[in-house]
Design a protein around this ligand. Sequence first.
Ligand code: S3P
Length: 442
Amino acid sequence: MATRFEPVGALRGTLRPPPDKSISHRAALIAAMGEGETTIEGYLDAADTRSTLAAIQTLGASVSGGDPGTGAGQGAVKRELRIRGVGMRGPQEAGIDVGNAGTLLRLLPGWLAGQETGAWTLDGDASIRRRPVDRIVEPLREMGAELSCREGRLPPLEVSGSPLRGITYEMPIASAQVKSCLLFAGLLAEGETKVIEPLSSRDHSERMLAAAGAEIQRDGQAVAVQPVGRLEIDRIVVPADFSSAAFFIVAALLVEGSDVGIDDVGLNPTRTGLIDVLKRMGAQIEVEPGGEEGGEPIGTLVARSSKLRGTEVGGAEVPLAIDELPLVALAACFAEGTTTIRDAAELRRKESDRIETVATALNALGGKVETTADGMAIEGTGGLRGGSVNAAGDHRIAMLGAVAGLASKEGVEVHGMDAAAVSYPGFEADLAALLGGGTGTS
Ligand code: S3P
């Protein structure tokens, strides 16, 4: 079924996007590793993070509470979700369906691999079966883990518990998922485990593990963890997801007359690279830091329609904006001049090959996007005509198509809009609220 997004006018108002997906996954996993009960205030109730709750229940953790939030923008919120953990060495043997969740697929094996006994299988949907796991299998094997996977690199992934030893691992690519997996494994290993990243990636795991009592040391690009007998964390507060807010930030910039406020949003600097990129393009974005909540910086953002120019994105900026690079490409279509995105080959390994799916989508709408091995070159033409986009089962491509429709001349028909529920089930309702009552979609 297709959903049309028409160019119906300015977006105005203030919104609190749903809770952060990355932080929600970690909250559930770390609570499951813990002793006693953890209360999570504002757990994301979306397909990916439901997979994580189901996984920890299969492993023996108990989950209660989690009433839905009420009011605007609260549709994907579980309030006061309580998780009783099984302890570091307590997960039961199980077959785990990770659904579409790459983060669950990469993080959970770190914990399981270090168990004294037991065997687990992780598998998921068709997209998950194309997502490489060799990036965690190789370093975990170096630590002494026993794992096997299909064709040496793809799920299903089988993990057997075995004694682990700490290693120093220089990651070939910046990946928060790989880093987190190895830190989890390091909690159970003998001696210190040190992970060295080529570039900084999101550091939510480090922050949350430290809050739960793990000994975490950071030194430049290195992060080290010591083995720990128990983790305990009473309460985790999840901020709104910057990656979800990003769709409305870019929509506000592109649709004339727009003025959109985003409240209580996570502003961890390892996540907000998009703001710097867009500001360089000429975007009017105001950031008001609002202190810390649960060890994570939060604040308020305001974005207004802006005239944009092309820019270059590469190097250290890439991991800080990895999930928002599709939106940079969209904004670049509306800019004056050319935008190049480099050093972003990782985009090919996301929920879809996002270099190809973004270029295909934008070109179908009248954009001028050329792909390269590790990025894209986008010639700004000042706008997009409109047309039809296939979400390719990828939540971020679905929402990209919707934003493109609002800013286009003729509207965009998105095929597979339901994919948005992976991270943002209330996306269309929140969009309707900013459009003043639901005239934007049909
Ligand atoms: C995530 C890390 C990123 C990101 C993904 C979520 C996480 O992946 O693209 O959407 O929660 O750790 P990589 O760390 O593999 O780049």
